[in-house]
Ligand binder design. Structure first.
Ligand code: FAD
Length: 494
């Protein structure tokens, strides 16, 4: 039997990506591998990234994280979805919730039944058939024994990294503080051999995880894998973030409010609110965006507005040689659907699944890259959908988004849904039919027809079917306390 030659994993960077990787690898591999994380206090982290999506709960189970402890430590609140305000048009809102709308039906999605109901004038709003969405609207939340609610969290990114660090260190991960100055490579293989710190310290390893954020110190600056630029379909290139005091009870959803040149987020934590604008510098100056941000936040500013510049896109290779890019170093899709932290989690799990046995095999690298690219491209399409399918025509930014050429894969989905009301989740895709339908309808894409199977129901049967679902939703939500009341009992901050 061959000896395993991957013995030392070096994680460069200690933001959310670095510490998520360190905690996961430490917990699952810490007994057999030597794991070191290098981070620079001087450089710090990007400091944003506070809204998550439900699959994070799976990672937390894997890490044996106690939810109450985690929530108290990170000032977390519950999140049931995202409210998209002014996206379809000015003064028109919808919620993309994490819940299932209506009922799953093997032949035709619930939207087909709803569409006929609408035509007959017997259907309520589409969202009225989704418990998570109604709970969000009514600012309610609880964990129930008799019904599982699909949720995620809003969390404090800096505290989250600190929380994960404790788990990682408990499982033997070593932390080195210092600035990486040089990346040493083997002249023959091109593999990375060591990181050299400004202090002169050399850290050697077998497998390197690049979590250095937008700098992409290893994967790009040392290995030059290249970048696919998506600015033509996701033109926003700047963000400003500011934290404010809370002036009201935290709501259980993220707010995403569109402006003439981008959008604004509001993420309520237990103790404060995270705010920011994402915008396209071609259409608005940094100063103007900052003025708009500061004029629209409620509460007092706890931080100075922080400017972040980015280029949407992804690395041509997420894994190259003996280096795997995880987090912002691997690419950036703007945080409209809170997908970045999720992609970190997916890359960690995928790398665990393809952990080199003996030596790094090119076939593993290719498989990893192909799966990651496929997943990222589908998320990109979903994000582009929000911009492209809109009735807004009030600014050059929205005119560009409405008229821009979009990927053929997205055009196909839009055309299919428009003609037939059908949409299908492709294998290994993050967002399911339920999400696609909510956003397509929410953005104003109304199908021309519904599935013929719906006509098997008489009008009276359809009416009873719809009313039954709606009354179940109302009954369920009526049981829930307010989000704030639940948090106070369940996981107050210490
Ligand atoms: P960083 O946090 O930048 O960490 C990089 C690390 O590398 C730091 O520790 C730094 O010190 C270290 N480093 C860099 N260079 C060196 C060096 N030379 N030597 C030593 N160490 C070095 N994601 C979501 O899921 N939800 C959201 O709501 C969300 N909102 C976002 C909003 C904005 C405006 C932006 C820009 C991103 C958002 N994201 C969001 C993405 C999310 O912030 C990131 O995915 C997440 O924080 C991970 O970042 P990171 O760890 O890759 O990088």
């Amino acid at each position: 039997m061959t000896m395993h030659t991957i013995k030392r994993i070096i994680i460069a960077g200690g933001g959310t990506a670095g510490w998520m990787a360190a905690a996961s690898f430490g917990k699952l591999l810490g007994k057999t591998l030597d794991i070191t994380l290098v981070e620079s206090d001087e450089i710090g982290t990007v400091g944003v990234g506070e809204a998550t999506i439900p699959p994070l709960l799976t990672l937390h189970k894997l890490l044996n994280i106690n939810e109450q402890e985690f929530m108290a430590a990170t000032n977390a609140t519950f999140k049931l979805g995202i409210s998209f305000e002014n996206w379809r048009n000015v003064d028109e809102d919808y919620i993309h919730s994490f819940g299932t709308t209506g009922k799953d039906c093997w032949a035709a999605g619930f939207q087909h039944f709803w569409m006929k109901g609408q035509q007959l004038g017997i259907a309520a709003e589409y969202g009225d058939y989704c418990p998570e969405l109604i709970a969000a609207q009514q600012n309610k939340f609880a964990l129930l024994n008799n019904h599982s609610i699909n949720y995620a969290y809003h969390l404090d990114a800096t505290r989250y990294a600190g929380f994960l660090r404790k788990i990682a260190e408990m499982h033997g991960v070593k932390r080195v503080e210092g600035k990486i100055d040089k990346v040493h490579k083997c002249q023959d293989s091109g593999n990375i051999t060591a990181l050299q710190l400004q202090s002169g310290q050399i850290i050697e390893g077998d497998l390197f995880i690049d979590c250095t954020g937008f700098r992409a110190l290893l994967i790009e600056q040392a290995l030059h894998v290249g970048y696919d630029d998506w600015t033509h379909i996701l033109p926003c290139d700047s963000a400003l973030a500011v934290q404010t005091t809370s002036v009201e009870e935290p709501i259980p959803y993220t707010r995403s409010i569109a402006h003439e040149w981008g959008w604004q987020w509001k993420i309520p934590l237990q103790n404060r609110v995270g705010n920011g604008v994402v915008y396209c510098s071609k259409y608005v100056s940094d100063d103007e965006a900052k003025a708009r941000l500061l004029a629209s936040v409620t509460g007092d500013c706890l931080t100075e507005p922080r400017l972040i510049k980015f280029k949407t896109g992804q690395r041509r290779k997420h894994w190259h040689k003996n280096c795997v890019a995880i987090g912002l170093s691997s690419g950036f899709i703007e945080p409209l659907e809170s997908t970045s932290i999720h992609l970190i989690q997916r890359s960690i799990v995928r790398l665990l699944q393809m952990l080199p046995y003996n030596q790094i095999e090119q076939s593993d690298i290719d498989e990893f890259n192909q799966q990651t690219e496929h997943e990222v491209n589908n998320i990109r399409d979903f994000i582009v959908l929000h911009y492209h399918v809109t009735n807004r025509s009030d600014s050059p930014f929205w005119n560009h988004c409405r008229n821009m050429d979009i990927p053929a894969s997205l055009q196909h989905r839009i055309d299919l849904f428009k003609r037939t009301g059908r949409v299908f989740k492709v294998p290994n895709e993050l967002f399911g039919e339920n999400s696609w339908v909510q956003v397509m309808l929410g953005q104003g894409l109304l199908p021309e027809q519904y599935h013929p199977i719906v006509d098997m129901m008489s009008e009276q049967e359809l009416d009873e079917f719809l009313k039954h679902i709606q009354s179940n939703v109302q009954r369920l939500v009526a049981q829930l306390p307010s989000h704030q009341t639940f948090i106070q009992h369940y996981c107050p901050t210490r």
